[in-house]
Design a protein around this ligand. Structure first.
Ligand SMILES: C[S@@+](CC[C@H](N)C(=O)[O-])C[C@H]1O[C@@H](n2cnc3c(N)ncnc32)[C@H](O)[C@@H]1O
Length: 323
């Protein structure tokens, strides 16, 4: 009798019970290859702050476009240097790179934009037309391309890794081979009981990039969020130590990222990491009013509505730098 058949029979009394869900890989590949993508349906942080004067910028201590905030941060970290070659994976509308180059083009020698969506690459080309002499575009699936990246000083992935392959419905007592390999190689913590999901595409990508020694900056919706200092109220109703959770979006879904798994893999491969809450990185203007707006959902003005929407959305986002 095969292993799966055995599982159908309760060993004690031979009562047939419903088979456990089979672990399988969820992929957004077909969606990104074939569906015209409207990022406005996804509320990406990058689009919310695509310019220094969007309605959301009232939330910032120093209003600025997201791409320039990221550029400044990378300079402070010593990762954006004169003559840099940058690869951005999954650049969406090109807004991050547009603001990044508007602020720091003189430091950048070359940019390669990699994306699976033909329509989004077309949009990126248009957005980045001013820099056509230094920007190239590659249509590829990063699951397949990562091993071939050469000569880059820095990789940027903003809100992309939640789109990569996720192994779902994994039984901790019956780990598929590729999950077992990652868990054992990097000492990944997994639940002792109950099915869970694993960001298999993201972990393997970190593995590949770490082996090449290229620094990477990434952000994503996390399943183990960090709550910014002085904003404890944001932890209301949040599980701060959970496993990848499905988020339903238009015609596809993505999974939150367990950052501690990426960090464990990076450390095991000898890399250093820094991480934090995205709200801190963008330098949200903190005030007692935010507590009141968030806790009581008091949204009687446009400002309050914007702040509530933003806090509710970004509180689970983290950034991670692997060097
Ligand atoms: C949620 S959007 C984020 C876009 C942009 N970075 C932002 O922050 O607004 C995800 C992006 O990753 C791209 N993408 C998703 N899966 C990919 C894959 N396997 N390989 C390359 N690009 C991918 C999508 O086409 C899209 O540009």
């Amino acid at each position: 009798m095969g292993h799966q058949q055995k599982k159908l029979l309760n060993a004690k009394d031979n009562i047939l019970y419903r088979p456990a869900l089979m672990a399988q890989i969820y992929s957004t590949g077909t969606y990104h290859r074939t569906v015209p993508i409207d990022l406005m349906k996804e509320f990406t942080i990058c689009e919310s702050f695509s310019r220094a004067n969007t309605e959301y910028c009232v939330a910032l201590e120093r209003p600025a476009a997201y791409g320039s905030i990221i550029g400044d941060f990378l300079i402070r970290q010593g990762l954006l240097r004169q003559g840099a070659s940058i690869v951005e994976i999954g650049g969406g509308y090109g807004s991050l790179m547009n603001a990044f180059l508007s602020a720091h083009a003189e430091m950048v020698k070359r940019v390669v934009m990699v994306d699976l969506s033909e329509g989004l690459l077309r949009r990126q080309k248009k957005t980045l037309e001013r820099w056509h002499d230094k920007v190239r575009f590659v249509r590829a699936d990063i699951h397949e391309l990562a091993g071939s990246i050469r000569g880059a000083d820095l990789i940027i992935m903003n809100e992309v890794i939640g789109d990569l392959d996720t192994m779902i419905d994994i039984d901790p007592e019956d780990l598929p081979h590729q999950v077992r390999r990652l868990v054992d190689s990097y000492g990944l913590g997994i639940p002792s009981q109950g099915c869970f999901n694993l960001n298999i595409g993201a972990i393997k990508l970190i593995e590949t990039i770490c082996s090449k020694g290229i620094p990477i900056f990434l952000t994503e919706h996390s399943s183990d969020p960090i709550i910014p200092q002085d904003m404890d109220f944001l932890s209301k109703g949040l599980d701060l130590d959970s496993y990848p959770r499905r988020i339903d979006l238009f015609k596809h879904c993505e999974y939150t990222i367990r950052f501690s798994h990426l960090i464990q893999a990076a450390h095991a491969l000898g890399r250093k990491t820094e991480t934090g809450a995205l709200l801190d990185l963008i330098n949200i203007r903190k005030s007692p009013a935010l507590n009141m707006i968030f806790t009581s959902r008091a949204c009687s003005t446009d400002y309050q509505e914007i702040m509530f929407e933003l806090l509710d959305h970004i509180r689970e986002y983290r950034w991670l730098l692997i060097n």
